[in-house]
Design a protein around this ligand. Structure first.
Ligand code: F0G
Length: 347
C-alpha cells in the first residue's frame, strides 16, 4: 500500500496531502544464517534494494514529493550521488512534474544514471564533487522555487523513519545494534528518530546502538573534519561534508554507538560475501556495514549473540561495472554435450 498509507498516522499528512504511492517500503528483513555463523551474531539485512527505484530513498521521496505538490510546487530539484536522483525522477514522473538532477560528472554508477534518464529527468552532470553539486542545487532551488528534495528537505528524513518502524514491527522489538552506511548522514539520523518515536509510543522498550560506517576515503565523521577530496569505489557515499553531520553525531552519541571506517577492499569483500553466502546482491555502499561488522569481529569487539540489523541501502544491479570488475567471466563452450560435461565434471 506504500508508506504514506501504511504509516499515515505517524506522518504530517493532512486531507490536502496527495497520497503519492509507488508501493515503496515493506522491504524484506532477510536472515543471513551462513554469515551469522562467521560472525556469531543474529544478523538481518533489510534489503532496501526492493524499493521501486531500488534504494531506501523512496521512503522519504514519496513524502517530499507529496508535500511539494500540497505546497503548490510544480518541479523538483536535487543533487545526488545517484540514488536520490533516481528516486526523485521516478516520483516526479509518476506525478507528471519536471525533475532536475545534478550529478558529479563521471562519478555515478551506470544503473542510476540510466534510471534518471529513463524516468525522464533533466540530468545535469556537474564538473565537481557531490558536495559542490548540492550547494548549486540549493541555490538553483532558491532562485526558481523548485522543491528541493535532498535530505535537507525535512520530509525526506521523516519518511525514512518508516524503515525503523518496519524493523520493529517485524522483530517485535528493536535490534541491539543498528548498522548503517553513512554518506550525507541523513538516513542514520532518520532511523534514530524513528526508533525513538516508537519507544515514546510504547511499541519498543529499548533502543539500539547506532553503528555508522563510512568509506575510509570519505570518512569525515570518523576523522571529525570535512574531507575536501572524497574518494571511494562506493560512489553513493563519496561525500566529504555531510549536511546532516550534526544529527548523525547526536544519534551516535545518544545511543552509545560509534562511527567507523572501512577500506574499499573491505567493502568489496563484504559485497562478495553478502552475495555468495547471503544470496543478496547489494551495491558497494550498502556493504560498508557488513565490512565494518567483519572488522569489529576481527578486533574482538563484536559481542556474541546480539541481534543486529544492517540496512542494505541499494540494489547491486545499480552498479554492474563495479560488480563485473571483481568477478570472473562466464565459461564459454561450443554447443556440445562433451564440452558441457567437461565443465560439469571439473572441480
Ligand atoms: N547507501 C546508499 C546506496 C546511498 O545512495 C546513500 C546516499 C547512502 C547509503 C548514505 O545515506 O546520505 O543518508 O547518509 N546517497 C545519496 C544520493 C547521497 O544522492 O543518492 P545518507
Amino acid at each position: 500500500m506504500g508508506v504514506l498509507k501504511h504509516y499515515r498516522e505517524l506522518f504530517p499528512i493532512t486531507d490536502a496531502t496527495p497520497i503519492v504511492n509507488l508501493e515503496e517500503g515493506m522491504t524484506p528483513l532477510i536472515p543471513l544464517p551462513r554469515i551469522n555463523k562467521r560472525l556469531g551474531i543474529n544478523l538481518y539485512g533489510k534489503f532496501e534494494g526492493c524499493n521501486p527505484s531500488g534504494s531506501f530513498k523512496d521512503r522519504g521521496m514519496v513524502l517530499a514529493v507529496a508535500k511539494a505538490l500540497e505546497e503548490g510546487k510544480r518541479a523538483v530539484i536535487c543533487a545526488s550521488t545517484g540514488n536520490t536522483s533516481a528516486s526523485a525522477a521516478a516520483y516526479a514522473a509518476s506525478q507528471g512534474i519536471p525533475c532536475f538532477v545534478l550529478l558529479p560528472a563521471g562519478k555515478v554508477a551506470l544503473g542510476k544514471l540510466a534510471q534518471a534518464l529513463m524516468y525522464g529527468a533533466k540530468v545535469i552532470a556537474v564538473k565537481g564533487n557531490f558536495d559542490r553539486a548540492l550547494e548549486l542545487a540549493r541555490e538553483g532551488a532558491e532562485k526558481t522555487g523548485c522543491a528541493m528534495v535532498n535530505s535537507v528537505n525535512p520530509y525526506r528524513l521523516i519518511g525514512q523513519r518508516s524503515g525503523a518502524w518496519e524493523i520493529c514491527d517485524v522483530l517485535g522489538k528493536a535490534p541491539d545494534w543498528h548498522a548503517i552506511p553513512v554518506g550525507n548522514a541523513g538516513n542514520i539520523s532518520a532511523y534514530w528518530a524513528g526508533y525513538n518515536e516508537y519507544q515514546k509510543l510504547g511499541k519498543i522498550d529499548s533502543l539500539p546502538r547506532m553503528m555508522g560506517f563510512q568509506a575510509a576515503g570519505a570518512a569525515p565523521l570518523v576523522t571529525n573534519q570535512p574531507c575536501p577530496n572524497p574518494e571511494t569505489i562506493a560512489t553513493a557515499i563519496r561525500i566529504g561534508n555531510p549536511v546532516s553531520a550534526h544529527l548523525a553525531r547526536a544519534a551516535v552519541s545518544e545511543s552509545h554507538g560509534e562511527f567507523n571506517s572501512v577500506t574499499d577492499d573491505e567493502i568489496l569483500e563484504a559485497q562478495r560475501l553478502l552475495a555468495s553466502e547471503g544470496g543478496v546482491f547489494a551495491e558497494p555502499a550498502s556493504c560498508a556495514p557488513l565490512a565494518g561488522l567483519m572488522k569489529l569481529k576481527r578486533e574482538g569487539r563484536l559481542p556474541e549473540g546480539i541481534t543486529v540489523t544492517m540496512i542494505l541501502t541499494g540494489n547491486g544491479l545499480k552498479d554492474p561495472n563495479t560488480a563485473m570488475s571483481q568477478v570472473g567471466k562466464p565459461i564459454e563452450i561450443n554447443d556440445t554435450l562433451e564440452e558441457l560435461m567437461r565443465v560439469l565434471e571439473s572441480k
